[in-house]
Each structure stands twice: as structure tokens, then as C-alpha cells.
Design a protein. Sequence first.
Length: 216
Amino acid sequence: MSIQSPGLFIAFEGGDGAGKSTQASRLFDALESRGIQVLRTREPGGTPIGEKLRSLVLDHGHGTIDARTEALMFAAARAAHASQVIRPALAAGTIVITDRYIDSSVAYQGAGRGLGTGDVRSLNEWATEGLLPDLTVLLDVEPSDGRQRRTAGEATEDRLESEPDDFHSAIRRAFLDLAEASPSSYLVLPAALEIEELAARILERVEALLGGRVRR
Ligand code: TYD
């Protein structure tokens, strides 16, 4: 009996206000309580340089950031994250759960900002040396629901969140297109489902993946 490859890489994706952080943390807790080695991380961020880039690119007050600069900042943060955090953890056999990854750039910068999904994907595959998730959980949220959910508890929205609903509709479509293009690597769930039901369905899929990795 041998393990096909060490670690398992899971990304949570979706529009703002989809509830990714809640579900990433539920999955982390469920796996950890089973004694599985698991790491939870997020983008932009995950490394000291990534956290600095996060505040530069998300906070208001740094003047105009043009679309290409924005795409390169997310890609730079991701390059550091992939090489310094995700790859070493996977090599050590850890399950890595990230809140956002390449699909966020393809959707927000490629579709939302109009840079083109193909170019943004190529840039990010170069930045990460082709490191792709084993599973992407896409929480599909209606832009108006997302806005309502994210502003319910917080007074302010970041630079990207405060874009209008049609920007968020383009992003939603781009995420769904990515999932439709590779259905076996995606689990797409409506973000409006109950938290408990979402958590159960995500865990079921991850357990199936973990089971399937052990080969005779
Ligand atoms: P996120 O951390 O999910 O927001 P929060 O923690 O405030 O809920 O993401 C921050 C914002 O950055 C979000 O609007 C999506 C955007 N983003 C991109 O535009 N491109 C990217 O590659 C990533 C990772 C995020």
C-alpha cells in the first residue's frame, strides 16, 4: 500500500461574502480533530511579504493601482506563498487549505478587470511553477447576497469589494466557467445553503479524496 503523493491541496474560492473563511475553518477543525496534519492559510498573504502586499493592494489610500500592477501584486504574493509555504507543507504530507488561490486572480483581474483570463492564468502558473489545487471548493454567491452578507457586520469594504455589482457578476461567471471546464477538480456549492450542510458536503468530498489517495 502506498500513498499516491504526499499532502493534499484544497482551495476555497468564491465572491466576496460567500462564507469561504467560515467553511475553511470548519474543514480545518474537522480534519485536525481526526488527528490529520493540516495547515490553513490565505491569499493575498500567508508570508510576511504577502501580508505587506495584501495591505498595499487592498487598502484604500495608495492612490490609483492600475489593473496590471494589481495582477502582478497578487501574483507576487502568490509566488512567495507557493514556494515558501504551500510546497514545503505538501512535501511534508500536510493537507493545505487556502482561502483563495489562482482562480481568484483569473476571476477578479482576468474577468473583473478585463485583463483576460488566459493571460492571468499563464502569469500565475508561471508564478507558482504550475502548482494547482487537488480540489477547489467554489462557494457560489449572488453578488447582491454577497454584499449584504459582508457589510452586515462591517462598516467598510476593501478596494475590490467596493466595486459595483456588475464587476462581481463577471467574477461569479468566471468562477463558474473555471469549474465547468474541470468538473472533477471542483466542488461547487450554493453559498446560500446552511453552514452545517455546506460543512458536511465539503468534508464528505475531502474524505472521499483522502480515501482515494491510498492505492494498493
Ligand atoms: P479576501 O481575503 O477573501 O477578503 P476578506 O478577508 O476581506 O473577506 O480577499 C480580499 C480581496 O482580494 C477580495 O475582494 C478578492 C481580492 N483578490 C483578487 O482580486 N485577486 C486575487 O488573486 C486574490 C487572492 C484576491
